[in-house]
Every structure is written in C-alpha cells, then in structure tokens.
Design a protein around this ligand. Structure first.
Ligand code: NAP
Ligand code: MG
Length: 475
C-alpha cells in the first residue's frame, strides 16, 4: 500500500490543509493500492504562491542551468526505472512490457529531448529592425490525465523547465504515483524550490482551481473535450493562455498496395496498446473494397497475437481498462455498436477467465456507417471500426469527416499516394508504415482535438512569451 498523502509545495512534502483522501485502485485486481490527499483550494493557493515566488529567479536562470537540471532529471528518472514501471503497471494496468517500452521510454525521451533542444535554442534573435526576446510565460498550471502517467506529465514539465516557467501540476487522481516519483526526482535534480509543485486532488477542486486561479498565467491540459471546454471558459475570466490536448478518432488509411498483414497489425496495435486508451489511436480503419475479405480474416486471426490478461504476467499484450467507469463507458459503446454494425470479433462483457479486473473484450466492428455513433465518438477502449472505400480520395473525405484532427496513419507503398494522403488528412500528426516516433516532432490537434503543440522545440515555445524590442543599443 502506498499511503502518500502529502503534496509537494515549495520544495517540501507538505501535509494537506484538508483531511479528505482518495483511494487509488489497481484496475487488474480492483483492490485499493494506495491513498492520496484530496487537496483543497488552500493547498493549491500555497503552491501558486510558491511558484510565483520562484518566478523572478527561475525565469532568469541560464540556458546552461536548465540543461543541467533536465539532464539530472533524466538521470534520476533512469535510476528509478524499475519502480516507475511497476507503479504504472499497478495504477494504470499496463502490461510490464508496455510500462517499460511505451510509458517509461516516453518520459525519458521528453526530458532528454528538451535538453537537446535547448542547446540550439535562441531566446533572443536579431531581426531586421528589431530584436526578439523570448521570455517565460509565468506560472503554468499543468493538468494531466491517467492514460500516460509519465508521458504527459514529462512533456509538460520538461518544456516548462526549458522555458524557465515555474509549474503547479495536478496529476490524474487515478494514476498519481508515477507523478509523485517524478516530483522526488525533480527535487533531487536541484531544480530550485518553488519551481516545481505538485498538488493532488480531484478535477473539480484542484483542476478547476488551476484554470480559474488569477496567479496562474497559462494552463496546459490533456484530457477530455468536455473538461477542455470548461477550462477555456474559466481561463477566459483572467485571459489566461490555454493549451489543450484533447481526444481523437483518428483514421488509418490502408492503401491498395499495402501488405494485408502489416495493415491488420497496425490496426490492432492501435486498439490493443494501452487497451486502446490512447488519444491518437487509429480507430477508424479505411480498407480498399477489394481487400475487405482478406483484411477481415487476417485481423481476426491476428487477435491471438495480442493476449489480454494480468498486466504483471509475462507475454500479456493488453491489460484492463483503467477503472470501472471507463469499463462501463466502453461497454455502452460496444452495445451501441452491436445495434449499428456487424460484430467481427469481441462484444460486450469480460473475456473468459478474467472476471476480476476491468478487462474488456477486444472488439472489431465492420460494415459501419460513417455517421454511426461508434464511427464518430471517441471510445477509448479496445474497439475499432472498419470501413471500405473505392478510391483514395473517398477515403480521405471520410477520414476528415470528424470533429477531431489529432493523428492519421497510412499503410502502403506508393510514394506519391502516401504524400497525397499525408498532406490531405487534417490532423496534427501523421504516421506512415509505423515510422519511429521522433520526440522532437510536435504533437497536438487540428479542429476539436485541441489547441497548441507539445514535444520538442514547439513544446518549449508554448511556455514562452514573445517580446519585440525596437531600438536596442548594441552591447
Ligand atoms: P478528464 O475528466 O478530462 O480528466 C483529465 C484530467 O482533468 C484529470 O486530471 C482530471 O482530474 C481533470 N479534471 C476533471 N474535471 C476537471 C475540471 N472541471 N477542471 C479541471 N480539470 C479537471 O478525463 P477522464 O475522465 O479521465 O476521461 C474521460 C474521457 O476523456 C476518456 O474516455 C477519453 O475519451 C478522454 N481522455 C482523453 C485523453 C487524451 O489523452 N486526450 C486522456 C484521458 C481521457 P481527476 O480525474 O483526477 O478528477
Ligand atoms: Mg473525469
């Protein structure tokens, strides 16, 4: 049991001013794995004050100091690798291999990338007629979801440190422990006190408090569209800048010259990795009409390569959903899908032998009409939808027929067709043939998938203000 009821404020682990706590449930066992504080507005206020007090010197720290802090954090993060992997497996339910190869790797990637970006980053620039100065935006409030406990926290924290912007982080209350380990790592890395603060609690108290606090200058949020909308409304009252990384319903376009196995595997890993709880998952798969039969047969056969089960067991590819709520939501979408489309595999209920834990059956729908609920709403579970197309422009049109625009995937070979599809999908990140992820590649959404970009140099820019100075005497 992890009983970690303190917040990290002004460089100290600090008791909450309230007495309420939140139990954290292990989704594979349904047992309580630990307890955190449900922070109060007073706790948040203390953290904001600490961040404001840190601002004058932190925002003036040198590039070299920031690079050193980021490198120290990366080193400390690596040193706690095993613990981070285990904690994420227990709080999120991701298989140990996924906790290592996806979650752990992403956090490390962001800290290293931010240090690397800083090496070549110019905070001042002489342009014809004026000088540009890029300065810290001020105190930044970070609100993160549960689906990537180290990825989303780390990209925000790394960018903020690189920019010299002090932060107050509220991690998701379903997965707070990896973030608390991060706080310990940051503390040991020599980051000045007050520059990093963590307050645990609910979205309705601490999250809502961050978006409306007059002492916070910028809010970076990752999560659902409904909460993103509330954050924008609250932020409007004090004209705060907001960056939002919201949901998606991303297309995966299989070209007619694609290898069917490769295509089916890409489609399945999209919904099986992290149990489909991925904002950028390719959950609408567009297949050439001529490939339909072959693709359907292949994807169903391939399901056995992604065994669902106990995330601590070797060889398991897919764990449970994060919570009972999430399980119920996914079930209700599968129920809708059973009325709207043909079930190719899966369905409602739990997989055989997995009665305890929030396990869902991987479900594949075909013959889906593109205006069906399951074709338009983000399900956030191991569920995918298949569509057929006659020519590639019809696929592009359907791919863009959504309120979202976070990502897009292409599997195929003809370079010209690939370029045509990549440049016509309205989304912030396109992946071709499972290309390797570059941590310097900006991440963020078109349309209702969000505002702003994270990762790498574009991520750092979010935490900076721009000043143009005219007539600056040369030194
Ligand atoms: P959520 O409600 O948007 O939660 C994300 C974060 O925002 C959590 O830290 C949450 O706190 C906090 N929050 C909740 N209400 C808030 C408010 N009024 N003001 C400020 N912050 C608030 O997401 P969820 O409930 O975990 O998941 C619901 C759906 O959102 C999912 O099914 C999925 O479709 C989508 N989602 C998308 C992403 C993504 O990466 N884009 C990530 C997660 C979820 P607490 O949860 O601790 O109370
Ligand atoms: Mg919620």
């Amino acid at each position: 049991m992890r009983n970690q009821t303190k917040h990290f404020i002004n460089g100290e682990w600090t008791d909450s001013t309230g007495s309420e706590t939140i139990d954290v449930i292990n989704p594979a066992t349904e047992e309580v794995m630990g307890t955190i504080s449900s922070g109060t507005e007073e706790d948040l206020d203390k953290a904001v004050k600490a961040a404001r007090a840190a601002f004058p010197s932190f925002s003036r720290s040198t590039k070299e100091e920031r690079i050193q802090w980021l490198k120290n954090i990366a080193e400390g993060y690596e040193a706690r690798k095993d613990e981070l992997i285990e904690v994420m497996t227990d709080e999120l339910g991701s298989p140990l291999s996924v906790s290592e190869e996806v979650h752990f790797a992403a956090g490390l990637g962001h800290f290293r990338q931010a240090a690397e970006c800083l090496e070549d980053f110019s905070f001042t620039e002489d342009r014809d007629g004026h000088t540009l100065m890029k300065e810290s935006i001020g105190v930044s409030g970070l609100i993160t979801p549960w689906n990537f406990p180290t990825n989303q926290t780390s990209t925000k924290i790394a960018s903020a440190i690189a920019a010299g912007s002090p932060v107050v982080l509220k991690p998701a209350s379903k997965t707070p422990f990896a973030a608390m380990i991060l706080a310990e790592i940051i503390d040991e890395a020599g980051v000045p006190k007050g520059a990093f603060n963590l307050v645990n609690g609910t979205g309705s108290v601490i999250g809502n408090g961050i978006s409306s606090h007059p002492g916070i200058d910028f809010v970076s949020f990752t999560g659902s569209g409904a909460v993103g909308e509330k954050i924008m409304q609250n932020a409007a009252e004090t004209i705060k800048k907001v960056a939002l990384e919201l949901g998606g319903k991303s297309p995966l376009i299989v070209l007619d010259d694609a290898d069917v196995k490769e295509a089916a595997k890409t489609a399945l890993s999209s919904i099986m990795t992290n149990t489909g709880q991925v904002c950028s998952a390719g959950t609408r798969v567009f297949i050439p009409q001529s490939m339909k039969e072959d693709f359907e047969k292949t994807i169903v056969e391939m399901l056995e390569e992604f065994p669902v089960g106990d995330p601590r067991k070797e060889g398991v590819a897919t764990g449970p959903l994060v919570s009972e709520d999430q399980w119920e939501t996914v079930q209700s979408y599968i129920e809708k899908g059973e009325k709207e489309a043909t079930v190719l595999a899966g369905g409602t209920g739990k997989p055989e032998g997995l009665e305890t834990g929030y396990f869902a059956r991987p479900t594949i729908f075909t013959d889906v009409s593109h205006d069906a609920v399951i074709a338009q709403e983000e399900i956030f579970g191991p569920v995918t939808t298949l569509f057929t197309y006659e020519d590639v422009d019809q696929a592009i049109e359907m791919a863009n027929d959504t309120i979202y625009g976070l990502a897009g995937y292409i599997v195929g070979n003809d370079p010209e067709t690939i370029r045509h599809v990549a440049s016509n999908i309205r989304a912030g990140r396109i992946k071709i043939n499972n290309a390797k992820t570059d941590f310097n590649g900006p991440f963020g959404g078109y349309k209702q998938s969000g505002i702003g970009r994270e990762w790498g140099d574009f991520g750092i820019e979010e935490y900076l203000e721009i000043k143009s100075v005219h007539g600056l005497p040369s030194s």
